[in-house]
Ligand binder design. Sequence first.
Ligand code: ADP
Length: 320
Amino acid sequence: KRPKPDSRPKSEEKPTNPDRIDDKWRPPPTITEPGSSPETYLTGRKLGKGGFAVCFEGRTKRTADVFALKVVKAKVEQKKMMEKFRTELQIHAKMHHPNIVEFLRAFTIGDHTYVVLELCPNGSLAEMVKARSCLSLPEVRRYMIQICGGVKYMHKRSVIHRDLKMGNIFLDSRMNIKIGDFGLAAVMADEQDRRTTLCGTPNYIAPEILSKSGNRGHDNKVDTWAVGVICYAMLMGVPPFQSKTQQEIYTKLRTLEYEWKIDSKNYVPQQAKDFVASCLNLNSAERPGMDELVEHEFFTMGAIAEELDISTLKASPLWL
Ligand code: ADP
């Protein structure tokens, strides 16, 4: 029986909206930034598309350096989308960390706004995990350490990402993690500040975001929850609460209904299960912060992959 189209989980999908750039749209072959010391970019292949943006490769004429050009419509009908984009730029521009996609600049030409970002040529974690079905423990440790490092940096600066998921975590040319898409990020005014907007993607959403009772809001521990979901998904190939419908996902996560289906191919040590369980705590106050997470025994009980090459996008590393 086919599920109704509107009841499918929108796990890694982006919602359609009228302000998104047409699929067939391509940028002109060269783009010259406005301003006194303009850079000219030669545009290249399409890298991907999101809820409202399309990304293309862009090479500077002067230095031949390659970047990702994220393009959005300059005039967006929906006020909410405009705000999303504005916060995204403001927050992202302040983030400078080896595991966060570097934001270089943004400018508008005609009907389009271009955001120049560090290029992540090896796609997202979502694509790699899909191709590999699950990753080896030394790889998971390496990626998790890098993810926690990037998130720790944000949290130190009072930024909550709020949309951490494998589709928003990219890989650079040396297979290093680069966290991107700050479209749902928020700045916390102080320790007591709690956000009350519903945001996130079903599979990665923390229970307190769903809870209507009392609406006590959420804090940076929603990112800890997502980190736990990501770790489980890298080890098992699918997110822990994966279900046919969004409602089923929500029911499962509210009751912590997930299991470790272990077979001969994917041995998961107790320390990894403990790591995930500590993140997937229904009580957000009991979830560890990033400082605590990076100290977890899971990272010290076994090998961490140091160098990984791009063959690991499609196949297990040779040492396995
Ligand atoms: P949106 O804000 O509309 O969700 P995203 O930021 O997710 O858009 O970007 C859309 C797609 O473009 C991504 O899924 C990815 O395929 C590609 N992309 C985004 N940023 C980069 C980057 N820095 N390097 C390479 N590809 C990228």
